[in-house]
Design a protein around this ligand. Structure first.
Ligand code: C2E
Ligand code: MG
Ligand code: MG
Ligand code: MG
Length: 281
């Protein structure tokens, strides 16, 4: 029903290995309570400009401190939620948490940077999404450019026309749109041509063996060239080593890095400490 192969794999693997069918049911039954009981929370991972080391923004990532399973990875529970309508409620909740957080940061001395939110495949074209975004931006006195929507190619496979239409509306309203995990899905170049996105996020798997692997380095260079040609901002996900930073910085001055080399995802408190200790650029 949902042609999201990347996620199906995760669900199947998790089911077979540990929990059989009931784990999914447990997740679906407990998510509502988890939202209200403070078990779900957002962490924020900085993105940094390659040329200047300046902050360019954050990605909001969800965490679940589960009473029975401990800290659950989103890779474990998001795909399960995506099989049901709960994913809409959870995404709406995430949007409100992020907007509230940006408004709170606005009261501190730190400059507010855009925050990206992951939008699940099928939800991109839901009319509710646009309503919630508009409502929350208004409620917390933000501007649409404070938010970036990260979508994946799974949003596009059902109907590219519907996806293009939805994304055009977001862009017209002033929200930024990034294509996440580029290279892992169908990665059709015609999608790249047609989707009204402003940012391309290159998946970590293309960065992992760079610069050691000549093949991977060549592929990455080719992807960067395509991004440049289409005038897209490029974020490299999962940058972990000094060698990667050096190699990638040589490739292009306008790249944006996101990875453990710079910072892991952090709670707001950790983030404010991290910002305070950061060397001025
Ligand atoms: P994603 O959107 O591609 O997010 C990037 C993932 O890469 C995050 O994992 C981040 O912690 C991880 N990462 C960043 N830098 C490094 C690095 O240098 N090394 C390694 N090993 N990992 C790095 P996380 O937070 O576990 O999220 C995994 C996926 O779960 C996300 O991939 C996204 O698809 C989904 N997800 C996470 N939060 C949300 C959310 O709020 N809503 C939705 N719908 N999906 C989410
Ligand atoms: Mg993402
Ligand atoms: Mg990604
Ligand atoms: Mg990913």
């Amino acid at each position: 029903e949902h042609p999201s192969t990347r996620y199906d794999y995760q669900v199947i693997r998790f089911d077979n290995a540990i929990h059989s069918h009931s784990f999914e049911e447990e997740i679906l039954e407990s998510i509502e309570g988890a939202m209200h009981e403070g078990q779900l929370f957002m962490v924020y991972q900085p993105k940094v400009r390659a040329s200047t080391n300046e902050l360019s923004g954050f990605e909001a990532l969800i965490r679940w401190k589960h009473p029975k399973y401990g800290m659950l990875s989103p890779v474990t529970f998001i795909p399960i939620l995506e099989q049901s309508t709960r994913i809409g409620d959870v995404t709406n909740w995430i949007i409100e948490q992020v907007c509230k957080q940006i408004a709170e940061w606005g009261k501190t001395t730190f400059q507010v940077h855009p925050v990206s939110i992951n939008i699940p495949g099928d939800y991109v074209t839901s009319p509710i999404l646009l309503n919630v975004l508009t409502e929350m931006v208004k409620k917390y006195k933000l501007e649409p450019y404070n938010l970036e929507l990260e979508i994946t190619e799974t949003s596009v496979v059902n109907s590219i026309e519907d996806a293009v239409k939805a994304l055009n509306t977001f862009r017209e309203k002033g929200f930024s749109v990034a294509l996440d995990d580029f290279g892992t899905g169908v990665s059709s170049l015609s999608y790249l041509k047609r989707l009204p996105i402003s940012t391309l996020k290159i998946d970590k798997s293309f960065i992992d063996d760079v610069p050691q692997s000549e093949k991977d380095s060549s592929i990455l260079k080719a992807i960067l060239a395509i991004g440049r040609t289409l005038n897209l901002d490029i974020v490299l996900e999962g940058v972990e080593t000094e060698e990667q930073v050096q190699f990638l910085s040589q490739e292009s001055e306008s790249l944006i890095f996101q990875g453990y080399y710079f910072a892991k995802p952090m709670t707001s408190t950790e983030l404010l400490n991290w910002l305070a200790q950061r060397k001025p650029v």
